[in-house]
Design a protein. Sequence first.
Length: 207
Amino acid sequence: MFRQATKKLVHRPILTSAAARWAPSRPFSADVTAAQTADAAFVEGWKKVIPNIDPPQTPLSFMQPRPPTPSSIPSKLTVNFVLPYASELSQKEVDMVIVPATTGQLGVLPGHVSTIAELKPGVMLVHDGNEVTKYFVSSGFAFVHANSYADIIAVEAVPLDRIDASLVQKGLADFTQKLNSASTDLEKAEAQIRVDVHSALNSALTG
């Protein structure tokens, strides 16, 4: 959506929507105590069919063990900030993050209650001492855990200082024109998404 307004970014497909399903059999928890192994029956069946290739691993296989919820609030918030194609922050200890949730700006400090928030186009702030790093995120989800961990998953994100303001304004004008001239519901929806993202980009740069 905002690829045209960013500098030196890798071109990748852009997702325009996100959905999540919550399975009752998998409770919301950050207390990962050990890497989970694959189902034994699946592994046995895999080896019968493809004996020369190891079975695939799930993301849980790569997760580091996390501490249980502490009895007292820690001084730092541990943040993981990932994109589909990269990890921006991994196990980063910070003072606070502020994410652009669909319900408004969400500030997360150490000891925050467990929360799931859907992200909207806007600026995410990472506070670490006197340093504040700003990212523009297109969409995604923030998972805040009771043990002072926060997992932030964005469809796309870029440091705010790498965005070209002139390209943002040009994109906003172009997509506003496309929205006004759209003749089908699909064209209107696609143009509206791009107008929303470029409007948020413009506000972030001028605000």
